[in-house]
Ligand binder design. Structure first.
Ligand code: GLV
Ligand code: MN
Ligand code: MN
Length: 430
């Protein structure tokens, strides 16, 4: 029987394009579906080990299985889909990103980097292509640092980088990371060792929306990341004395919030004058928190980033010195608890060169970008060389419900990853 599609080389191309678009359709559908899995009605919020995260892992696991992967969940809630290779001595290529989100998030940050590789592997399966290396698709359980103010708990667990101190961070309900993990494992938890030794790994590829405006300005669908900026996060607590808002004279107050406010404004002024330094206070907790009570204690989050580690450290030192000075002037105690400290990470020149080749094949032009956002690749770089593909997002907007990447751009990214896997397979001698 004659096939219903045109035959010959041209026909094969049309056939592959048609089939490719069905993987794209799946990807778009999956992004929509997972974008509705939330812990908060009316907005997308999915945090470490939450009910919505459990649902996301179950559903993404089903999509992984349908693409031919074997699925498991590790001790820190990472979802891992593995495709074995029959090639003798086959190494493993890692692909992935995170499935948690910020509060009131967009649908693409993280999820894209988990779902796109599944679509790419489904595409290769449909083509009947067998890879001479194993593949692991990783859906990390925690990258955003929302629940515990400390990011990368998932990738740290996978890379054997979790430390006892990480387990002590507490969420706003007082539950520690360790307690949450013990609940997940129904009573048992011991810090996992690295899932792989680097000799058995080829590298790690993370696909992510750009979260910035450069690709849009350059009219490009995708770009390649050269390095990821370092970041420090922590909690800064100002402690004064609570008291009656109607009876305590202004000059006798030790108001923790007015002291904290001075620091917030100083952080903004400092960063504005020291580009590309960025400094953000994203949360403020005021205690006891009543309109008629002078704030006795304020804890704020501080997030400081710079592409150069020495500049980031110098900025942090200045911020903490100024916080102490404010404390002395206002008779407030000041305490700093660092929850995260990651140096800048360079992507692997070899893997990146391969990725650029695929980008040039699909898009003709490749563009190198530095990432101001943190990514799981930062932690995974301790395990194996990393590369990242950025996908254009509308107005560079992210960490916002209007975050958007077009199907046309997702298609380009999918083609790049399929091309990358195909070339890597062609160049792998086992
Ligand atoms: C992760 O999204 C970050 O905060 O960079
Ligand atoms: Mn992300
Ligand atoms: Mn994010």
């Amino acid at each position: 029987m004659r096939p219903f599609w045109p035959t010959g080389r041209r026909g094969q191309q049309i056939f592959l394009m048609k089939r490719h678009s069905s993987s794209l359709a799946s990807l778009v559908r999956w992004l929509d579906e997972i974008g509705r899995m939330t812990d908060e009605p009316g907005r997308l919020t999915r945090t470490f080990l939450s009910p919505a995260m459990r649902r996301a892992n179950t559903r993404v696991g089903q999509w992984m299985r349908a693409a031919g992967l074997t699925v498991r969940e590790d001790a820190v809630g990472n979802l891992i889909g593995r495709l074995e290779s029959t090639a003798p001595g086959a190494k493993t290529l890692l692909l992935g990103s995170h499935l948690d989100t910020v509060r009131d998030a967009g649908r693409f940050d993280g999820a894209l980097g988990v779902l796109l590789p599944i679509a790419a592997l489904a595409e290769l399966k449909r083509r009947g292509a067998a890879l001479p290396f194993a593949v692991e698709v990783l859906g990390f359980s925690e990258e955003e640092g929302v629940r515990f103010a400390s990011a990368y708990l998932g990738s740290k667990g996978y890379a054997g980088k979790l430390r006892a101190a990480d387990l002590k961070f507490r969420d706003t309900k007082g539950v520690s990371v360790g307690d949450a993990l013990r609940m997940l494992g129904k009573g048992k938890f011991s810090i996992p060792a690295a899932a792989h030794r680097s000799r058995a790994l080829i590298g790690y590829l993370e696909v992510h929306i750009e979260q910035g405006p450069v690709l849009e300005a350059k009219k490009l669908s995708v770009g390649v990341v050269s390095a990821i900026a370092g970041q420090t996060r922590g909690r800064l607590t100002f402690t004064g004395k609570a008291g009656h808002a109607g009876t305590t004279p202004m000059n006798l107050r030790r108001d923790a919030l007015t002291g904290a406010a001075e620091l917030v404004l100083f952080a903004e002024t400092l960063a504005r004058g020291c580009e590309p330094l960025v400094a953000t206070v994203g949360t403020v907790a005021v205690s006891p928190g009543a309109p008629n009570v002078i704030p006795g204690e304020v804890t704020l989050s501080l997030d400081v980033r710079h592409p150069h580690d020495a500049s980031r450290r110098a900025a942090l030192k200045l911020l903490l010195d100024v916080a102490k000075k404010i404390g002395r002037q206002r008779k407030l105690a000041v305490a700093w608890q660092a929850t995260q400290d990651n140096g800048a990470v360079a992507c692997s020149p070899e893997l990146t060169a391969r990725l650029e080749e695929s980008v040039r094949t699909v898009q003709r032009r490749s563009l190198a970008l530095v990432s101001g956002a943190g990514h799981d690749a930062v932690v995974i770089s301790s395990l194996t060389p990393v590369a990242m593909l950025f996908v254009r997002c509308r107005e560079g907007l992210s960490h916002h419900p209007d975050e958007f990447a077009s199907s046309a751009d997702l298609d380009v990214a999918l083609r790049v990853v399929v091309d990358f896997l195909t070339r890597l397979a062609a160049n792998t001698t086992s």
